[in-house]
Write a protein that binds this ligand. Structure first.
Ligand SMILES: [Zn+2]
Length: 134
């Protein structure tokens, strides 16, 4: 008689309990009107920056293939681009500060940090106020 073999042990892996996911932080309330204005400004600047950056690249390309690179023109375009970039950065900073959980800006790198942060999330600078350390 040819009986089918049955595996000696049908091992069952112990069922793992699903790991509990850390609770997501409560969603921030809708931004106030002022914040919306900043967001719109940020989007405008971002778009402007993107367009200008492409324009700068295109200008350089056109000059390069004609073997006539005009550095003065490129430098002027780059300076304009830098100005927009700085504006964009300033708006982004404002937006970050307006976040409910931002407690202030890092004294070392200027990045916003949360009230619970002891070290700057950006550069690791200690955020313990100087007066408390003294
Ligand atoms: Zn920092």
């Amino acid at each position: 008689m040819n009986r089918p073999r049955i595996p000696e042990k049908l091992r069952q892996l112990p069922q793992r309990k699903p790991k509990e996911q850390p609770k997501a932080p409560p969603t921030a309330p809708a931004p106030p009107a002022e914040n919306k204005e900043l967001l719109a400004q940020r989007d405008r600047l971002l778009e402007k920056f993107t367009v200008m950056q492409a324009d700068l690249g295109g200008a350089f390309y056109e000059m390069a293939i004609r073997d006539h690179v005009r550095l003065d023109v490129l430098t002027r375009k780059a300076a304009e681009l830098q100005r927009v970039d700085a504006e964009l950065l300033a708006v982004e900073r404002l937006l970050e500060i307006e976040r409910a959980d931002a407690a202030g800006l890092c004294g070392s790198c200027g990045s916003p940090y949360g009230a619970a942060d002891r070290f700057c999330p950006q550069c690791g600078n200690s955020l313990v106020p100087a007066k408390a350390a003294a």
